[in-house]
Structure formats: C-alpha cells, structure tokens
Write a protein that binds this ligand. Sequence first.
Ligand code: GLY
Length: 398
Amino acid sequence: MPENHPVDVVVVGGGIIGLSLAWRLRERGMSVTVLERDEAGGATSRVAAGMLAPVTEVEFGEAGRRVLELGLRSARMWPRFAAQLTEASGMEVALLQTSTLLLARDEDEARELERQLAFRESLGLRVARLRPSAARELEPALAPTLRLALEVPDDHAVDPRVVLAALRRACQASGVQLREQTRVRAVELDAAGERAVGVLLEGGEPVRAREVVLAAGPWTREIGGLPPGAGVPVRPVKGQILRLRDPEGPGLIARVLRFEGGYLLPRGDGRYVLGATMEERGFELRPTAGGVYELLRDTRNLVPGISELEIEELSVGLRPSTPDNAPAIGRGALAGLTWATGHHRNGILLAPLTAELVAGLLDSRARESSENDLLAACDPARFSDTWAPGLSTARAAP
Ligand code: GLY
C-alpha cells in the first residue's frame, strides 16, 4: 500500500482533462496523484473523434454562448499546447489544420443551414456560404444531390489517441503519480464536514491531499461523500463511432464534414472517423445495429465513396454532460474540492483551457485568478439546488 502523506493535489479521473491538468500542475511544482478507475485515457477520451470545433458546435441559447466563449479561447491555446506536449513527451502531436464543411442534403436541411449561418454571423464568427458546385470543387467526393454548404475555416482537429499517449508520457516524465485500476468511492471530509481532505478508495484506503479535483467525466456523479447541494449533476450521453480506413490511401475527403446526424473526419492518412450517435441510455455501452446503420446511411447519402472503406473499429463512449451541457470547471460549494467535468461534446477542445483554469486556481502562488469571467461561465455552483448526493458522507477520523 502506498504511503499516505498528503499530496498537493489528487485528481480523480485519468482522461484528457485529468492528465492535462496533472501535467500542468506538476509544471507549477505541485505534487500530484491521478486516480483512474480503469486505464488512463481508455474511456471517453479514447473514443472521441478530436474535433477542435467551437464554431461548428455552437448551440443556440445562453449556455451555448458560454460554451462558445470557452471553446474559442481553448482553440487558440491548442497550437501552443500541442507544441509543448510534443516537447515534453518526445511524441509528435500534430493538429490537422483543415476547415469544416456543414452540409445540407435537402430543402429542409438547407433552410436550417441558412438559420445556422445567420446565427453564426450574428456572433461575428467566420463562416462562408458555398453553393453546391463550389463545395464539390473543394470536396469532389460529395454527392451531386448536395443542396447547400457552409465553410467554417477556423475549426480544426487532433487525434485524441496521440494526445493521450503523449500526455501519459509527459505526466510520467514530470513525476505525476498515476494509479490505474483504482476506483474512488467517496470524497473524504474533515471532522467538521466542511472541507475535502482527500478521497477514499473502494477498498477503504484514504488518499489525502491539500486539494481534490473531480475530473472523472460521466463517472463523477458516482463519487459519494458530498454534503447536500455540493454536487454537479453529470449524466452520460452515449456515442457510437466508427473508425474507417481507405485501402487506397488518403484523398477521399480532406475537410471535416458535418451534417444532420453526424460527422466524417479525415485523419489525413487514409483513416476516417465517422461519428457519432447521441443517446440518453445511462451507462449502457452496447453497440447497436441501428446506431451504426444510421451513421452509415446518413454519410453515404453525402459521400457515396465511403461504401468502399474498411471498418477498423466500432467503439462506444459516454460524454459527460450537465443539465445545460456546459462544463463545470472551478471551485464549488465545498472547500478543498474543485470540479473539472461536464465537457459534453467538447472535452478534447476544452482540455488546454480547463487545465490552465484549474491549475491557476490551485496554485497558491497565484493570489487570484485573472480569469474570473471565464470561470463564471462554467461555475459548478450553478447546480447546487438541483443535485442530491447519492452516497453517504465520509468523514476523516479526528
Ligand atoms: N465532439 C463530437 C461528439 O461528441 O460526438
């Protein structure tokens, strides 16, 4: 059993958020332990396609605008994040600097695309309307039945599996203690029940820390021990996703394609990611014929050539989503506890920003965060009325 002297920070969750944060915290000189229930980077982050697409993903409504603000900021951080990660890990983390096309197959979808165009223009975002012939000049594999396209020039992509492998190496090289196959049962509170002092593992072992960060994605809600009103209601949103390969090599499409029901993302080397369903089915992870059929049917209408691709993998992931689908990043109602979860469809995009925001909050040398507007946009305390704890409170022995 490991020694149990307190570390500066214990991070619960070894996905892209937890590992990015751990790496950044070590850079600031803090001691960090990451606790991962399975294999680090082996769940949601591994299944993710890796779109860095704040403009394409923007949703109507106030929460959508908050996510856009966070996404634009994090997208600007990605090139430097990738370069630093490349240097720290010795592994090449390359961004796919391609634009994204939003596509309409029929009149109804074209009307919706016009609405989406007006919405993005009203927000001052760069989007261009393309006639079908212009879109097909850019992407000759698109079907002649295409009705309308929008080009979003600034939305790019990255391969999350490469990022995860590099983060793992950077964490290990910098001295992060990574404990895999280690499940957390509860947050541990001080004797007064007012401050988190660590976590309790499933077998009862305490892991004490000056600060606790919950970055366990959809599994965050299964962690008990929180007083009433101190939690964040994260739910899993299932996504089925295919990985395809063109035996002829690259060239079928060069840009990310988005359409009602999915997206097709080229890796640039003849591999493609075709995703993803959005299903509210709790923690159920079964791949289904219906899910795969719909993805293939919808994409084939737009890119008939995908029929020739080989299927390399079908995977299923769980997005961590809050009631307003905006993330919960920052300190909540309980002292000593910080949240970094609820990234919904944007976990890969928001990893650099989340890591920077949380590291800034936990760094005792930084007297005050200079990012108060951004932190207000993802304040975990906005859910304090709607959450009820699932498990009983765990107190530290006096
Ligand atoms: N970011 C795309 C998805 O969640 O499917």
